[in-house]
Design a protein around this ligand. Structure first.
Ligand SMILES: CC(C)(COP(=O)(O)OP(=O)(O)OC[C@H]1O[C@@H](n2cnc3c(N)ncnc32)[C@H](O)[C@@H]1OP(=O)(O)O)[C@@H](O)C(=O)NCCC(=O)NCCS
Length: 267
């Protein structure tokens, strides 16, 4: 599905209007539709190219800078560098052929061209290959380095780091640093008791701007401050404005609605 030039121009103009609302959505410039249930929470920057028809969920405060994304759920505060690829389709490895023509005979209309009147009978005999692009999950505060490849369906735990050029084909535990091909855990970002505290506190449910009296560069003291704020009821979870799939596929209309009634991002 391609956009005509008028639609493309309207969409490009709308995309320029979102940053004041906390949304940078350049990655959607060629995306005509998103799967039902998709959403993006503001503020967030989605500059990675989003594949047409993708299932996409992106939490607030993400910086998805480059590469290509498809069928992915991204937790808050995640960062994706340029050249990252995830959401590629798997082909069968143990069939007669790996070619999509075997399970998608209508590919480019080849069924009608090559099989003619036999095309309907071919469809009725085709084998079903369902799991070609399962959903990939990135936890909150995940950072993916330049040029990494993440196999579709992998889950990357909260706070994990994927090194530049890594090839990730298996799930990654929270707060692990993974490098290489195939990806291997280099170490955890913090000692295990600290990781357990981080997973208990789930600081990403708050706005980072409510946490600035916690020293960012001293994890133990930061957790002390956040835990203290939580127990004294001084922190309220952040709830960002959410644009859903139907709005994300009609950006000019979504922008018009926002400009009519701007929604405050702060709690
Ligand atoms: C993974 C990363 C965060 C690790 O940083 P670090 O903790 O400072 O790691 P070090 O440089 O101390 O390296 C530790 C070991 O991991 C190896 N290593 C580090 N990064 C690697 C990578 N991307 N691929 C393969 N091995 C890597 C080092 O060779 C070293 O191995 P050794 O112990 O056998 O000598 C970093 O190297 C990286 O890849 N950053 C991504 C940067 C990026 O893509 N930025 C884009 C802008 S968002």
């Amino acid at each position: 599905m391609v956009m005509d030039s008028t639609k493309r121009a309207r969409k490009a103009a709308a995309l320029r209007g979102f940053p004041p609302h906390g949304l940078i959505l350049g990655g959607l410039s060629e995306t005509v539709r998103l799967a039902k249930g998709s959403w993006i929470e503001a503020p967030s920057a989605v500059q990675a190219r989003i594949v047409n028809g993708a299932y996409l969920r992106v939490g607030a405060f993400c910086n998805l800078n480059g590469g290509t994304l498809n069928n992915i759920v991204v937790g808050r505060y995640a960062s994706i560098a340029s050249g990252v690829v995830t959401g590629t389709h798997e082909h069968p490895t143990d069939w007669l052929t790996t070619s999509r023509a075997a399970y998608y005979p209508e590919l480019y209309g080849w069924d009608k061209l090559a099989a003619g009147a036999e095309a309907p009978s071919i469809h009725s005999r085709k084998a079903y290959y369902p799991e070609s692009c399962p959903i990939t999950t990135l936890g909150p505060d995940v950072w993916i380095g330049q040029g990494a490849f993440i196999k579709s369906g992998v889950s990357i735990g909260a706070g994990a780091i994927i090194g530049a050029r890594a090839t990730v084909v298996k799930d990654v535990p929270p707060y692990a640093i993974v490098v290489g091909t195939p990806g291997r855990v280099l170490r955890l970002r913090f000692p295990e008791p600290v990781v357990e505290r981080l997973l208990r506190v789930q600081w990403w449910q708050y706005s980072i701007y409510d946490l600035f009296d916690a020293p960012m560069d001293d994890i133990t003291r930061a957790l002390d401050v956040i835990e203290d704020h939580v127990s004294s009821g001084r922190l309220a979870p952040f709830e960002g404005l959410v644009l859903r799939d139907e709005e994300l596929t009609d950006l000019p209309a979504a922008l018009a609605r926002l400009e009519e009634r701007p929604l405050a991002l702060a709690n």
